[in-house]
Design a protein around this ligand. Structure first.
Ligand SMILES: NC(=O)c1ccc[n+]([C@@H]2O[C@H](COP(=O)([O-])OP(=O)(O)OC[C@H]3O[C@@H](n4cnc5c(N)ncnc54)[C@H](OP(=O)(O)O)[C@@H]3O)[C@@H](O)[C@H]2O)c1
Length: 339
């Protein structure tokens, strides 16, 4: 089969498509003919060996993918060959076939576009978990989303609106701000142009914000944290800006503020079995809710770029170089639809 194989941790630019043997079917696993896989900011970290988890080498990157089940191990009874499903397995998706344990496989609504399903199950699930489970965002609260036109950012804008919040988007550039507004933000701040804290004061008429959704870190973290109202919650999603912020604990104390970390990987459960058992029902319920909102037309996952498997490096570059909005998808067992 064709696959992108990482033989040693390093630069993703060194990866290319190669011919390799399909993985063997293991106990409790299913074999999936992969249709499309997600490109994410974190893929470069997995390949570099600098993600929280290091797969055994050699490994096929691609942690989330949609495809059709073609074989089930005798003890894997949740699914049947022929079912079109989503898998969230940590790695394995940038290949024509993947073998994954069945508890990392989820049903998807019939006929749903693969890119939309991937976006909903990754970025939207992250936004859902961070805002519902961690921040406990309430209707009428003000939500600030940083990097609001990025994958998880745009999802947080839409989930925030569905939950009844007033959403303020912060993004780099007028075009990204416009995209965030088109997806439900009521106000937008171009943080490349001005002082983020002053702009938050302006758009909230000096009130401040209740919840921050923060995939960026760096200087934006500080400005957003200092803009929280008493009792506010700042949810840390990632450090796309490159630097890990230090938290001034005095601000937390004085304003009764909580800084919360949210890592969807703990809910997906491809890494830690006892956590999977604990979180699996919540995760499956969250997927059902997210797919239902999508079916009702309340979520509009934006897949901005689609690449064939052979152009993986270009696809990953688009994300790393900040040229993407919404989700970038890799087509595996299909012809290119244009990038
Ligand atoms: N905690 C979790 O469970 C979880 C789940 C998914 C993703 N994440 C993390 O969340 C972050 C964003 O992921 P994503 O999929 O939304 O990525 P993405 O689509 O590439 O969006 C990242 C955005 O971050 C902003 N950014 C600010 N400084 C940047 C820099 N120096 N380089 C690149 N981008 C920069 C950019 O928006 P502007 O140009 O508007 O600033 C960019 O669009 C990543 O760190 C990822 O690992 C965490």
């Amino acid at each position: 089969m064709k696959a992108i194989v990482c033989h040693a941790f390093g630069d993703f630019h060194d990866l290319k498509v190669e011919e390799t043997a399909p993985p063997p079917l293991r106990a409790g696993s299913v074999r999936i003919a992969v249709e499309a896989a997600s490109i994410s900011f974190a893929t470069q970290l997995w390949v570099a060996g600098s993600y929280q988890h290091r797969p055994p080498l050699p490994f096929v990157p691609g942690g989330e993918f949609v495809g059709t089940i073609i074989e089930c191990a005798p003890d894997a009874r949740r699914f049947k060959p022929g079912q079109r499903v989503l898998a969230i397995s940590g790695w394995g998706g940038y290949a024509e076939q993947a073998v994954v344990t069945e508890h990392t496989v989820y049903p998807i609504p019939s006929g749903i576009d693969a890119g939309a399903a991937l976006h909903l199950a990754t970025s939207y699930a992250t936004a859902y978990g961070a805002l519902v489970w961690s921040a406990k965002l309430a209707p009428g609260e003000t939500l600030l989303v940083l990097a609001a036109a990025g994958g998880v950012g745009l999802a947080a804008v839409e989930i925030g609106r569905v939950l009844g919040a007033r959403v303020i988007a912060a993004a780099g550039g007028a075009e990204k701000c416009a995209i965030a507004c088109a997806h439900g933000a009521q106000a937008a701040i171009d943080y490349r142009r001005g002082d983020l804290r002053a702009e938050i004061r302006r758009v909230t008429e000096n009130r401040g914000i209740d919840v921050v959704f923060d995939p960026v870190g760096g200087a934006s973290f500080d400005a957003a944290l200092r803009s929280l109202v008493p009792g506010g919650r700042h949810v840390i999603i990632g450090f796309a800006g490159g630097s890990i912020p230090q938290i001034p604990a005095n601000i937390l104390l004085v304003k009764n503020i909580a800084v919360l970390g949210f890592n969807i990987g703990k809910w997906y459960g491809w890494s830690v079995n006892d956590e999977r058992a604990r979180h699996e029902p919540e995760m499956r319920a969250a997927f059902e809710q997210i797919f239902a909102w999508h079916g009702e037309g309340r979520l509009e996952p934006l897949v901005s770029q689609v690449y064939p498997l052979a152009r993986f490096v270009e696809a990953q570059d688009a994300v790393v170089e900040r040229r993407s909005v919404g989700k970038v998808v890799l087509l595996v067992n299909q012809e290119e639809k244009g990038a």
